[in-house]
Design a protein around this ligand. Structure first.
Ligand code: PLP
Length: 393
């Protein structure tokens, strides 16, 4: 592989390891273990496994390694470790590096399970967590302490699509020597280069755009060789969050078409946002490429495109939102995102149901808010479907 290749070329070719058969499509090494020619060879491999040498699939596997190398090349990261799900990646990235007595500063607008790890799990083990409004740099500055070990944020929040100024937050965090851990799912590795903006560790739920076809759960942690091999790997390989080789193969195929899919999705998302902004049934249309978006300038500076999700706030509250969802024909009601199929969800009663009314209010998740993950269907069909369902809402 050449470092000069464009992302689209890396997505097709980076990390490929061919077996002695010279297969075109990456092989699935559906094996738990590996054999050694001699007892001495086994002992040597356990002492220090070399490149392309594997011991046990919980530690590493050739198909999983292909996925790790391909996504690392895309992100421009030194190394990567694949995990069983996005949450296994978030959990391992934080737990592997933190210990009792450490302080963490995190943005408050988080994916529900990320919030659970920061609020419920880490604190139980003696890590202190301060939550801030991620879009307010003064709050980040005020929260930093000499013992702040890590900063956690989602570059684009779910479901209100707030965009955090990653470069500015990373500078503030690095000022006290904190490690910046970024969940970059909504921005996607295609539209935003989180590491170039200052992230030290980037995590993805590969379940979302990277698979993009609703088949598997997966996750990945990206960082320096030092962080991945010395901090993340020992934790993951001994606690069991490894990715299945079959999943890695599905995700390798997903990566091949990732760029094409997310660009088509972002084109439709923008067209939908522009077409329905100001619609009589809608109080707000949230999409980072709209000039009306509160962090429009930050989004334009750090993301090539606004992403694949548009959030719509219906004036009639929950009843109007439910009528709208039930009136859609093409767009399906589900809670995944980044899929080839357009998917819509009502966060207040599903993904964010666990939160109190107060917490939802603080995050701007009202009863009329719906999150639309735009798929790769024809844009005009999606617009017609949404227009008709809005009329009936
Ligand atoms: C989905 C998601 C996760 C969790 O990923 P899983 O693969 O479902 O475990 C974490 N963060 C964000 C922003 C997500 O959208």
């Amino acid at each position: 592989m050449s470092d000069d290749w464009n992302k689209r070329t890396k997505l097709v070719h980076a990390g490929t390891r061919r077996s002695q058969y010279g297969e075109v499509s990456e092989a699935i090494f559906l094996t738990q273990g590996f054999v050694y020619d001699t007892a001495e060879a086994a002992a040597a491999r356990f002492e220090a496994a070399g490149e392309d040498e594997f011991i046990y699939a919980r530690y590493g596997n050739p198909t999983v390694a292909m996925f790790e190398e391909r996504i690392a090349a895309l992100e421009g990261a030194e190394d990567a470790f694949a995990t069983a799900s996005g949450m296994a990646a978030v959990n391992a990235a934080l737990t592997a590096m933190l210990k009792a007595g450490d302080h963490v500063v995190s943005s408050r607008a988080l994916f529900g399970s990320c919030l659970y790890i920061l609020e419920e799990v880490l604190t139980r083990y003696g890590v202190e967590v301060t939550f801030v409004d991620g879009t307010d740099l003064d709050q980040w500055r005020a929260a930093m302490r000499p013992d702040t070990r890590a900063v956690f944020l989602e570059t684009v929040s779910n479901p209100t699509l707030e965009v955090i100024d990653l470069k500015a937050v990373a500078e503030i965090a690095h000022g006290v020597g904190a490690t910046v851990v970024v969940d970059n799912v909504f921005a996607t590795p295609v539209f935003n280069n989180a590491m170039a903006l200052g992230a030290d560790v980037v995590v993805y739920s590969a379940t979302k755009h990277i698979d993009g076809q609703g088949r598997v759960l997966g996750g990945v942690i990206l960082g320096t060789k030092e962080f991945i091999r010395k901090t993340a790997e020992p934790y993951i390989k001994h606690t069991g969050g490894a990715m299945s080789p079959f999943t890695a193969w599905v995700l390798l195929k997903g990566l091949e078409t990732l760029d094409l899919r997310v660009r088509a999705q972002a084109d439709s998302a923008r067209a939908i946002a522009e077409r329905f902004e100001g619609h009589e049934k809608l109080a707000r249309v949230l999409y980072p490429e709209l000039a009306s978006h509160p962090q429009h300038a930050v989004a334009a500076a750090q993301m090539e495109r606004g992403g694949t999700v548009v959030s719509l706030d219906l004036k009639g509250g929950r009843e109007a939102a439910f009528r709208f969802l039930n009136g859609l024909d093409i767009v399906t009601i589900s809670n995944n995102l980044g899929d080839a199929k357009s998917i819509i969800t009502h966060p207040a009663t599903t993904t964010h149901q666990r939160l109190t009314q107060e917490q939802r209010d603080a995050l701007g998740i009202g009863d009329g808010l719906v999150r639309l993950s735009v798929g790769i269907e024809a844009t005009e069909d999606l617009i017609a479907d949404i227009a008709r369902a809005l009329d009936g809402a």
